[in-house]
Each structure stands twice: as structure tokens, then as C-alpha cells.
Design a protein around this ligand. Structure first.
Ligand SMILES: *Cc1c(COP(=O)(O)O)cnc(C)c1O
Ligand code: SF4
Length: 396
């Protein structure tokens, strides 16, 4: 059977395929599509087209968004640091008239990112110092982070890896991949590999499959996950062919980077639905960002919307002190307040773990509001989510 036949059989009968409606373009999608002369709704569905047409220049974005002077300066100056790149689909979520639009804040550079605060660092999580071979970060004994490429569909303005991601940077060579595979092969304690980047889903299916397959063949690697923001910034990338390929390597988990309820569109729902239907457990990782999601109401709404599309909230990250991130960073107390208003007040599955990646290389450190009032001589006095006190006695 040819591979296409296998895909059809695994996923849908021809009848179902014919019946599957294309996702109707929203008004905003149509507005953005119009800026590309001769492009059709079928181009819009095509992830290669979306990648090729990523918005990179001030002239391009100006056609779609009324830029503020601060944004113009940000775009002019960001080139040396982290270029602007926005797929037309993601740009269609930007409110052209609202400089505070949460999608806009994440994707269009602002002048503030050109300034550096004293506490900021080029590599805030100390990844380079924990890198035994190029592309691998080995911080925890039993798992490694494998940075398989340096390209993303959209460059998030607060990106913790802005030192390495961006277009025009190197692609990894075969020797680099082989060195990484050899390292994992020779470290028998590594049972978990997190494939990230860049964004692994900007690769073609075949390259990605080579990586997953090679890892799967290492006997001590029992857990593989992909970290990606593509299902959010370029959901068209989640094709039946990609899903069929990933499905072959079950168990395979995926962590998706979501920051705002506005990101959960019909296309994103459909992409996550396809992944979940293929048996890929989905988690979400959210970066706490000032002006984007730093309120308990927005965060709760995001978590609820994620559960509805079968994505389990996994982490909320305190924004790392990357260069030029001050305008995005909140106080730690803001994160704690959000956690206080989630835990107990809503479904436990909707409550992720709030973490700070220890600046300089401490790894993820969990933070939680304090529910222990006192704990002495076997007597633990607790408070619940509503502030009532309870006592638990340790066994003698
Ligand atoms: C986040 C991360 C991991 C995975 O951590 P989990 O808590 O298992 O999700 C592994 N290695 C590095 C370097 C990381 O930053
Ligand atoms: S998707 Fe991740 S790696 Fe890429 S720019 Fe955004 S935060 Fe950085």
C-alpha cells in the first residue's frame, strides 16, 4: 500500500474526506488575504504559502496594521536582535486599531525591546552552559532538551531563546544531529527527550520523522515529546499527513505554547482535535506576560478554552529576564495571585504549575501560594482555597 493510501485508511474514508468542509475564512482572514494579490483561499490553507509569505518588513505590516511610532522604532531596530516574522494567518488575529491587542504585543516589535535592564541576560536559563554537544541541553539527569532547529513561524518578542532563533541562522548539519544522537545513545540514564527548537514543526515531515524514528530506536528512550507553538501560530501545518506520521510513533506527547484565549480559533481547534484524535496527549505552556495575560480572568478563560480543545494546562512560566523583556515581565506576586484564583476555584485539570526557570540555570522551580499556616509537632494547620482553616495530624 502506498503511504497516501495508509493515511487515508488511518484517518478518513474518501467519503469523509469529501465531506470535510474546508474551514471558512473569517472576515479578518479575508482582509489579510486580500493584501496578497492573486492568492486564493487554497493558498491560505497551505502552510508552505503561509511560511513563504511571513510578514518581515515594516511596509508589509503597515498594509494590515496602523503602526504606532513605538512599533515603527521597534521594527526598525529589532533586526540585530530578533527579526520580525508573522505568518499571514497569525497577523489576521491582530486588531489593526488596538495597540494593546494581545496578539499584536506578542508579535510586533516595540521600541522597549531595544533597551536592556540590568537584571537581563542573553541566555537567562543558562542553556548554553548545560550543553554537552551542540543542540542538546542536559540539565536534569533523566531527560534532555534537543533543540533541533533555529526557525519558528512567528518570533515571539519575549523569546527566551532569542540568542539563537531567527531566520538566516544556521541549520543544523548532519554531523551535529549525529553527535546529539550519539550523546543520547551513550547516556543510558536519559529516558526522556524533549524535541524543541526553534520550532520542530517548521521542518518538513520527513526530517522530523528521521529525528523521532532515530530517538525511538534508542532502547532507553521511553518518553518523547515535541514542544511547539505552530498549532497556534500556523495551525495549517497540522496536516493529515503530519498527524499520520506522528501517530506511528505513539506514545508521543506534545506541549503547545498558548498565551491568550484569542489564539484559540476554529483552525486551532481543528488542529488540536486532529492531534488529540491521533492519540497524542496535548499539554500547554503559557508565558505570563504583562498586558497579554497577567490577569486571573484572562488566565482562567484561557485554561477553560484549552480544556475544551483537549489540551491540558501544564506550565505557566514567569517571563525569563531575556534582553529587552522588561515591558513584558510581571512581579512574581502577580503569578501567585493568578494561581490563588485558579486552584480550588476551578477544575483541577485547568490549573497548571507556575514555575520560574532559575536564572542562570536552576531549572524549573515551582511556585505556589502557601496553604500551610503552621506545621509543628505533627500538627499541620492548613487553609483551603476559600480561606477556611483545617488541621491535619501526622500519624504518631
Ligand atoms: C523544561 C526543560 C525540560 C523538561 O522539563 P519537564 O519539567 O520535565 O517538563 C528538560 N530539560 C530542560 C533543559 C528544560 O528546560
Ligand atoms: S515559538 Fe518558542 S522558540 Fe520560537 S520565538 Fe516563540 S518562544 Fe521563541
Amino acid at each position: 500500500m502506498n503511504p497516501i493510501g495508509a493515511i487515508k485508511q488511518d484517518f478518513q474514508t474518501e467519503e469523509q474526506a469529501a465531506a470535510k468542509p474546508l474551514i471558512e475564512l473569517t472576515r479578518d482572514e479575508k482582509r489579510v488575504l486580500k493584501a496578497y494579490k492573486e492568492a486564493t483561499p487554497l493558498d491560505w490553507e497551505d502552510w508552505f504559502w503561509q511560511i513563504r509569505k511571513r510578514i518581515r518588513t515594516k511596509d508589509e505590516i503597515r498594509k494590515l496594521v496602523h503602526l504606532t511610532p513605538d512599533e515603527e522604532k521597534g521594527i526598525d531596530g529589532c533586526g540585530d536582535k530578533l527579526t520580525m516574522s508573522i505568518p499571514p494567518y497569525f497577523a489576521s488575529l491582530i486588531d489593526p486599531n488596538d495597540p494593546k491587542c494581545p496578539i499584536r504585543l506578542q508579535s510586533i516589535p516595540q521600541v522597549h525591546e531595544l533597551k536592556t535592564a540590568p537584571e537581563e541576560m542573553r541566555d537567562p536559563c543558562g542553556e548554553d552552559s548545560h550543553s554537552p554537544v551542540h543542540g542538546l541541553v542536559h540539565r536534569y539527569p533523566d531527560r534532555v532538551l534537543f533543540l533541533v532547529n533555529e526557525m519558528c513561524a512567528m518570533y515571539c518578542r519575549y523569546c527566551t531563546r532569542s540568542r539563537m532563533v531567527g531566520d538566516g541562522r544556521r541549520t543544523l548539519s548532519t554531523e551535529t544531529y549525529n553527535a546529539a544522537f550519539d550523546y543520547i545513545r551513550s547516556h543510558k540514564k536519559v529516558r526522556d527527550v524533549l524535541i524543541s527548537g526553534g520550532d520542530p514543526l517548521t521542518m518538513g515531515d520527513r526530517m522530523l520523522e528521521m529525528i523521532i524514528k532515530t530517538l525511538k530506536e534508542i532502547p532507553h528512550v521511553e518518553f518523547i515529546r515535541i514542544g511547539s507553538r505552530i498549532p497556534v501560530t500556523l495551525p495549517q501545518r497540522v496536516t493529515p499527513e503530519l498527524v499520520a506520521m506522528l501517530k506511528k510513533y505513539s506514545p508521543l506527547w506534545m506541549s503547545i505554547h498558548f498565551n491568550h484565549p484569542k489564539e484559540i480559533t476554529e483552525r486551532v481547534k481543528s488542529a488540536c482535535g486532529m492531534l488529540a484524535d491521533a492519540g497524542i496527549p496535548l499539554g500547554s505552556q503559557t508565558v505570563l506576560l504583562k498586558g497579554v495575560n497577567d490577569s486571573p480572568e484572562i488566565m482562567k478563560k484561557l485554561m477553560h478554552e484549552l480544556l475544551k480543545i483537549r489540551v491540558r494546562p501544564y506550565y505557566i512560566y514567569q517571563c525569563d529576564p531575556i534582553l529587552g523583556s522588561k515591558h513584558f515581565r510581571t512581579k512574581v506576586s502577580t503569578g501567585l495571585e493568578i494561581m490563588e484564583k485558579l486552584r480550588g476555584h476551578t477544575t483541577g485539570y485547568a490549573v497548571p504549575t507556575y514555575v520560574i526557570d532559575g536564572p542562570g540555570g536552576g531549572g524549573k522551580i515551582p511556585l505556589s501560594p502557601d496553604y500551610i499556616k503552621s506545621y509543628e509537632n505533627g500538627k499541620c494547620t492548613l487553609r483551603n482555597y476559600a480561606g477556611k482553616e483545617f488541621v491535619y495530624y501526622d500519624p504518631e
